[in-house]
Design a binder for this molecule. Structure first.
Ligand code: UDP
Length: 243
């Protein structure tokens, strides 16, 4: 069983050695599922997530058809071996909620009006979880959509941030929370935006922060988002320019 550490940050260093605004190693690979129309794997440190996109294609069941636009459907799932305590297969309440927020975030960038009466299916699968899986999944999904050639107003890019306590008992804001910080921290905030539209597309908070703390954490996350965005673009270019 895991033992709760006395503090999550000491002398400005987090449990994994990172500084407050530092993100984990980010690796983005496009085209990992050749049978899909578009796909991408995103690793945020030990969090590893694959997104696969199918469509636009005919929508079943028919009663879900939207006559003026495409339906963007998302299904988020965690593999049983992706977490320490085996996860029961299939979607529970948590997976249904995450699928919903991922679909909503993607709908704000996909040009759905270009494909009336069709569906764009996005499957997000967590192969290893170390917190921020919905954010890693969203980053992967937006690259997979672009890989599938689906017109978008811009990519979606996210980085979570949170509040943890240091050795003096003071709350400290940090970017890109990992599992111990998610589990034992005071707050974690999933945050994603469309840089092209300057629009926040996902914001969920678990825990409590002041407005000042929120803005401080968000500013750190924004820096990490800029970096992640560049990596997303690089991953797409690498596939299509072959470098
Ligand atoms: N987690 C777990 N078992 C579960 C659900 C979550 O071990 O059934 C872990 C996993 O590492 C996950 C983290 O808890 O990434 C945080 O989960 P949360 O629901 O906050 O979503 P996330 O941060 O992954 O988007």
């Amino acid at each position: 069983m895991e033992v709760k550490p006395k503090f999550l940050i000491k002398n400005g260093k987090r449990l994994d050695g990172r500084k407050v605004g530092e993100w984990r190693e980010i690796k983005i690979t496009t085209g990992v599922i050749p049978n899909a129309d578009g796909s991408c794997q995103v690793d945020f440190g030990k969090t590893k997530v694959i997104a696969a996109v199918y469509g636009p294609r005919e929508l079943h069941p028919k009663h879900m058809v939207l006559s003026d636009r495409a339906l963007v459907r998302a299904r988020y799932d965690m593999l049983s071996f992706s977490v320490e305590d085996r996860k029961r297969p299939g979607p529970g309440r948590r997976e249904i909620e995450i699928s919903k927020v991922i679909a909503e975030a993607l709908r704000s960038v996909v040009m759905v009006e270009k494909f009336p009466r069709s569906v764009i299916d996005v499957f997000v699968t967590v192969i290893q979880a170390d917190a921020s899986t919905r954010i890693a999944g969203l980053n992967a999904a937006s690259v997979a959509l672009a890989d599938a050639g689906i017109p978008m107003k811009g990519l979606v890019t996210g980085v979570a941030f949170g509040k943890i306590y240091d050795e003096t008992g003071k709350g400290v804001m940090v970017a890109d929370v990992f599992k111990p910080e998610d589990q034992w921290g005071e707050a974690d905030i999933a945050y994603a935006k469309s840089i092209a539209n300057d629009e926040v597309v996902l914001l969920q908070m678990d825990g409590d922060v002041t407005k000042k703390e929120f803005l401080e954490g968000k500013a750190m996350a924004d820096k990490a988002i800029e970096y992640t965005y560049q990596e997303q673009v690089k991953a797409l270019k690498a596939k299509y320019e072959g470098d």
